[in-house]
Design a protein around this ligand. Structure first.
Ligand code: FES
Ligand SMILES: [Fe+2]
Length: 351
C-alpha cells in the first residue's frame, strides 16, 4: 500500500530577488489588508499583513517569535495580533503586549515589523535591512479632487525581475519592434530631478496609426512619453501634441527571484474633445493591455545579461541600470559594489 499523500501546500520557491533597491515596493492592495491577517511574500520574505485598532496597516514577519506558529492563523484582538498557538499578542510596532500563560512578559519577544506607508490604493513596504532611502510616490492625478478623469487599475504577474519591468520604458529600440510605434524616436534626459529619480522624454514627431485608422495626413501628432522613475516605482505621462493623454503609476512587488507583480493605475483626463472621450479611454486601455502582454511574452523566457554588448540605441536601458545600481546592495552606495559601480559605468547619471 502506498503511503498517504502529505497534505498541505507544496513547497514554494522563496529565493529572494536580486538587485532590489532600498526603497518602497508594493506589499499588497489596500483593500486586501484588513483585520483578518493575511500571509504573503515580499522580496522572498514571508510576512503577514494586518490592520491595527486605528486602521494602520502592519507588515510583520510571518512566524511568531515564540514557537514559530504562522501568524495568519491568529486574529486581531484589542488592536494587537494574537497568535493562534499560545495567544501571545503583538502590537503594530511588534512589541509583545500579552502572554497569557506567563506572569511576566518575555523580554525580547518582539515580532519584526517592516516600514509601511499606505497610499494610492496600496500598502507599501521595504523588508530589507535598512529603512527605505527615498520617499514613497507622489501621484496627485488619482486624487478625487483632481480634475475630472477616467481611471483603471492594473496588475500583471511576470517572471522578470523588478528592474527589468521598470527599465522597459527606457528601452527605445523595442518600441517599434514590440509595440509597433513607428517614426524617429528621440531620447532626451531630464536634468532637474531629485537624486532618487531618473527622468527622460522619448518623442516622435508623428506617430502613424495602422490601417484602416491611418487616414489622418501626417499621422496622429507629436507623441511624447515622459518617464520619471525611482529605483522601485515610476510615473509615466503620455502626451500628444503637448497635451497629457494619460498618466500612469507603475509599481512592483518583487515576490521571489522568479516572480514579480506589476501594479499600477492609469488616469486619463476627461475633456470635451476626442482625446478625453470614452472611446479613446477604452482604446488606450486595450492597447495598454495588449502592449503589456507583448512585453510579458518577452520577459517570460528572457535571461539576465550584463549589458556589455550594446549599441548607442541602448543608452536608455544602460543609463537606467546604472542609476538603479546605486540604490541596490550591489551598487556603489551598497554593501558590496563600490568597485563594480566604477567598472560598469555607462555614461553620466542624472543626480
Ligand atoms: S507560537 Fe505564538 S504564542 Fe506561542
Ligand atoms: Fe514595452
Amino acid at each position: 500500500m502506498s503511503p498517504a499523500p502529505v497534505r498541505g501546500r507544496p513547497p514554494r520557491d522563496l529565493q529572494p530577488p536580486r538587485d532590489l533597491a532600498r526603497g518602497w515596493y508594493v506589499a499588497e492592495r489596500s483593500t486586501r489588508v484588513g483585520r483578518r491577517p493575511r500571509a504573503t511574500v515580499v522580496a522572498g520574505r514571508e510576512v503577514v499583513l494586518w490592520r491595527a485598532g486605528d486602521g494602520t496597516a502592519v507588515v510583520m514577519d510571518r512566524f511568531c517569535p515564540h514557537q514559530g506558529a504562522a501568524l495568519e492563523l491568529g486574529r486581531v484582538v484589542d488592536g494587537a495580533l494574537r497568535c493562534a498557538f499560545h495567544h501571545w499578542r503583538f502590537d503594530a510596532g511588534g512589541t509583545c503586549v500579552a502572554a497569557p500563560s506567563t506572569r511576566r512578559l518575555p523580554r525580547d519577544a518582539s515580532a519584526r515589523v517592516h516600514p509601511t506607508w499606505e497610499g494610492l490604493g496600496y500598502v507599501w513596504t521595504w523588508v530589507g535591512s535598512a529603512a527605505p532611502e527615498y520617499p514613497p510616490p507622489d501621484f496627485p492625478h488619482l486624487d478625487r479632487r483632481a480634475p475630472a478623469h477616467r481611471r483603471y487599475r492594473f496588475a500583471f504577474d511576470t517572471e522578470a525581475p523588478a528592474r527589468r519591468v521598470l527599465e522597459n520604458g527606457f528601452d527605445v529600440p523595442h518600441f517599434p519592434v514590440v509595440h509597433g510605434i513607428t517614426g524617429d524616436l528621440a531620447l532626451s534626459w531630464d536634468t532637474d530631478v531629485d537624486r532618487h529619480t531618473i527622468g527622460a522624454r522619448i518623442t516622435t514627431d508623428s506617430i502613424a496609426l495602422p490601417p484602416p485608422l491611418d487616414r489622418r495626413p501626417g499621422g496622429l501628432g507629436r507623441l511624447c512619453l515622459h518617464l520619471r522613475s525611482t529605483p522601485s516605482y515610476q510615473v509615466l505621462t503620455f502626451e500628444l501634441d503637448d497635451r497629457p493623454v494619460a498618466h500612469e503609476l507603475l509599481a512592483v512587488t518583487p515576490v521571489t527571484r522568479s516572480r514579480t507583480t506589476m501594479h499600477g493605475w492609469t488616469v486619463m483626463p476627461r475633456s470635451g474633445g476626442l482625446l478625453g472621450s470614452a472611446p479613446v479611454f477604452w482604446g488606450y486601455r486595450l492597447q495598454h493591455w495588449w502592449g503589456t502582454r507583448a512585453d510579458l511574452r518577452i520577459y517570460r523566457d528572457a535571461e539576465e545579461t550584463d549589458g556589455s554588448i550594446n549599441t548607442p540605441d541602448d543608452e536608455g536601458v544602460l543609463r537606467f541600470r546604472q542609476f538603479h545600481r546605486r540604490w541596490t546592495d550591489e551598487g556603489p552606495g551598497g554593501r558590496s559594489g563600490a568597485a563594480r559601480g566604477r567598472r560598469n559605468g555607462v555614461g553620466g547619471g542624472t543626480a
